[in-house]
Design a protein around this ligand. Structure first.
Ligand code: F6P
Length: 394
């Protein structure tokens, strides 16, 4: 990462880490601030960051080296993408990173976050930095003043990335502009795709499965059945729930799959609905409209194979959870573009895959997540993560 303090580097770095992890790349973040606090404690005012403070400069270099040592050690072991979340605002510091990459035979890609809008910087300081351990015992206004002084120190030596040979992406003004240079590999392309859609709006999301379907009542997989009487009653309860939740939820846009059971579930809501084919339930191929016990009896090898590796197992002529994650990419990107709160009415497997992205659950665990019928999962934004509440509507 490259960029002045309070430009949203950590926010973007975490989004990138989450997206790549979800896509199956082994990714880890190394935050220089965390290393500084672990190695030197958190009580540093702006003077520590003054480029003319020789002692501070040496200490910061030692911190940078320690984070890089760990990053490369991890890449050597089993890591695929290491994100070095630090300012790296001088050419000298970036040269150090490049030199280490050459030594370790690692491909570097710089991601520079540029944003000069005062209101955004101010919101970043007040919304994230004030909660940092750096300012644990400091009055808010004093902390804001100190942080601005810290930014000025970095500004005095800032050398933005120039049009040279390195691979880089510049993410400007919360994604209003992207500059891409020599970022052609598969992972770089995934990062570009995410950044093209990332607007950085923190919003609430509610997830629920459709109401009980006729197939659910019979214990059968998939198909395109209608809601059962119990499912229709859930649709009514969901509509009441939305009405009593207040502004945020009433302003939400609703996403469903194209299947009857999700569309019928939102019939009563009276709000804007967008249907996504990508949100259709996992395709169980030759096992569609069968029960688990029928599959076990008629296709024991398939049943055993799915049990052994539910994440990678692909139904004959159908999909695996891994396929589902690939298929859901446009939904995740649409989520990152959307500014309004969202209510997503989906299905068991597809919501497991979407939830894994939102809650940063390792993708291999997603086939085993609990997403019960008739339960709304509320995810409210915190600084970098989501706070979860499960609301049973039975
Ligand atoms: O049973 C309901 C259902 O949505 C099926 O259509 C789908 O095949 C299944 O859940 C997915 O859950 P699992 O992956 O645990 O079989």
């Amino acid at each position: 990462m490259v960029g002045l303090p309070a430009r949203g580097k950590t926010f973007v770095a975490r989004k990138v880490a989450r997206y790549l992890t979800w896509l199956g790349h082994h990714t880890r973040l190394f935050n220089a601030g965390d290393y500084r606090r672990a190695m030197l404690g958190s009580m540093h005012n702006h003077e520590f960051f003054d480029p003319n403070n020789a002692e501070g400069k040496m200490a910061r270099l030692a911190v940078a080296q320690a984070a890089l040592d760990d990053l490369f050690a991890w890449l050597r072991k089993d890591g695929e993408v290491g994100i070095y979340d630090a300012t790296n605002t001088t050419r000298a510091r970036r040269d150090l990173v490049i030199a280490r990459c050459i030594e370790e035979n690692v491909q570097p890609l710089f991601l520079e976050i540029i944003c000069d809008e005062d209101s955004v910087i101010e919101a970043n300081i007040r919304g994230t930095k004030l909660f940092s351990p750096d300012y644990a015992n400091v009055a808010p206004e004093e902390a804001v003043r100190d942080f601005h002084a810290r930014i000025s120190h970095y500004q005095s030596t800032y050398e933005p990335i120039g049009p040279d040979d390195t691979s880089y992406i510049k993410y400007i003004d919360k994604g209003r502009q992207l500059v891409i240079n020599r970022a052609g590999g598969d992972i770089a392309q995934s990062i570009v795709r995410l950044l093209m859609n990332l607007r950085g709006v923190r919003k609430s999301v509610w997830l629920t499965r459709h109401g009980e379907s006729v197939y659910n009542g019979l214990g059968l997989l998939g198909g395109d059945p209608e809601l059962s009487p119990k499912g229709l009653a859930f649709a009514k309860r969901l509509s009441r729930f939305v009405k009593i939740q207040g502004e945020t939820m009433r302003d939400a846009v609703v996403w469903t799959s194209t299947l009857k059971r999700t569309v019928q579930t939102v019939n009563e809501l009276g709000v804007e609905v967008v249907t996504f084919r990508e949100l259709d339930e996992i395709n169980a191929g030759l096992c569609e409209a069968k029960s688990y016990s029928e599959i076990e009896r008629e296709m024991p090898d398939e049943f055993a194979a799915r049990k052994a590796d539910k994440y990678r197992y692909r139904y004959p002529r159908g999909e695996s959870y891994q396929d589902l994650i690939r298929r859901l990419q446009p939904v995740v990107l649409a989520f990152e573009r959307e500014a309004r709160p969202l209510l997503v009415v989906g299905h068991q497997a597809v919501l497991r895959a979407f939830y894994a992205y939102l809650a940063a659950t390792p993708p291999e665990q997603c086939p085993h997540l609990s997403i019960p019928l008739h339960t709304v999962i509320e995810l409210k934004p915190k600084i970098y993560d989501m706070a979860e509440r499960r609301i049973p509507l039975d």
